[in-house]
Design a protein around this ligand. Structure first.
Ligand code: SF4
Length: 368
């Protein structure tokens, strides 16, 4: 274990076997894994800042083409492919031919009519669909969730969920890279995957990040059982399982990757996450509920700030782009010609109005 951790701290990429050993650590070994993850995080962020993004969550529909075993639905993946009546609704709403086209129009409206900066999560997307969304979004997201094909077997959470095919979700990130769009992705833990499959999913994300260069953050999210879903009686991951997964993610993905966990899905113990090397709390809304987990209220920002400070970190507000991407272009791997701008002029103008010289939200615009 010590040798694996030393290699991680020296910046060597870890192998699948290293990851399997880390995720299986118990007792004193687990404590050293968590300590190494925290050290790696602080090495890249000696300022000890932890970020969150103040947001408004707008689910434009609660329909989807898929039916995952744990979902109560938010904006789903191409609902019009399963529900012909929704295709009629899109036409009636303004002649929209698809959900992504409708979402793009709503993002444009939000950007033009409000002070907000859109960040869209609407499932798998083609290059053409991403092109419609790109001018009106600072970044976008698609959770990998898992790379396990076992979960598609009869009785599994992804049985029949065609959009959850890992290759389709990776392809969406690759499509986004072709257009210079920064992406959020992540894993959902506790939906029936083994610890080793969790490591495999993180390594797939690492591979895509290295190949494409456009993954700005990786979310480690815990499954929560919902009434009226087929997984309503399934056990939920505990705090230790989250901490273990966060620490392994930090060690596999390296010091520079932004690693996020939502604070509202473990209201009593989320402070422990900071000790496992995460550096972001994700979107927190003072106005709207978490429509993915409607039972879990977000902490009030003042409490989040105090809890973060108690663990020895400073809370700072960020935009839908991480601070390091606000002021500079990214070098995208599919474009060997070099750097290119990754946001539209309209988004650039909004970012310039909101961000300070380091890329965080200007302190005078941050509110408790
Ligand atoms: S989890 Fe996503 S893809 Fe699955 S049913 Fe819910 S909205 Fe659709």
């Amino acid at each position: 274990m010590r040798r694996i951790l030393d290699r991680a701290l020296e910046g060597d990429p870890l192998s699948p076997e290293d990851g399997y050993a880390l995720i299986g650590a118990q007792g004193a070994d687990l404590a050293t894994v968590v300590q190494a993850a925290a050290a790696l995080n602080v090495r890249a962020r000696p300022h000890r800042r932890v970020t969150y993004s103040r947001k408004i969550f707008l689910p434009l529909t609660n329909l989807c083409r898929d039916r995952c075993g744990y979902c109560v639905f938010s904006l789903g993946d191409h609902p019009e492919w399963r529900h012909p009546e929704f295709a009629d609704t899109l036409q009636a709403l303004g002649g929209y031919g698809s959900t992504p086209e409708y979402v793009a129009a709503m993002c444009k409206l939000v950007l033009e009519e409000t002070g907000l900066v859109p960040h869209t999560n609407c499932g798998t997307l083609s290059v053409e669909e991403l092109e419609m969304l790109a001018p009106w979004n600072a970044s976008m997201g698609i959770m990998l969730e898992s790379s396990s094909t076992r979960l598609f077997e009869r009785g599994g959470p992804h049985h029949g969920a065609t959009s959850k095919a890992p290759q389709l979700r990776v392809q969406t990130i690759e499509n986004a890279a072709k257009l210079g769009i920064l992406m959020t992705t992540g894993i959902l833990i506790g939906i029936g995957e083994t610890p080793e499959e969790r490591v495999d999913a993180l390594l797939l994300i690492r591979d895509v990040a290295e190949r494409c260069g456009n993954i700005q953050e990786v979310i480690i999210q815990n499954f929560r059982a919902k009434p009226d879903t087929t997984m309503r009686h399934a056990g939920e991951p505990d705090t230790l399982d989250m901490v273990r997964s966060q620490a392994v993610a930090r060690l596999l993905l390296g010091p520079d990757m932004n690693i996020q966990s939502p604070p509202n899905l473990n209201a009593d113990h989320y402070q422990e996450y900071l000790m496992a090397g995460i550096n972001d709390w994700g979107g927190v809304s003072p106005l709207t509920q978490d429509f993915i987990n409607p039972e879990a209220a977000w902490p009030e920002v003042g409490r989040l700030r105090r809890t973060t400070a108690d663990a020895g970190y400073e809370l700072r507000e960020r935009l839908a782009l991480y601070p390091e991407y606000v002021r500079r272009s990214i070098r995208l791997k599919p474009d060997p010609t070099g750097e290119q701008g990754h946001v539209s002029p309209a988004i650039r103008q909004r970012l310039d109005a909101l961000a300070d010289a380091d890329g965080f939200v200007k302190p005078e615009l941050e509110r408790m």
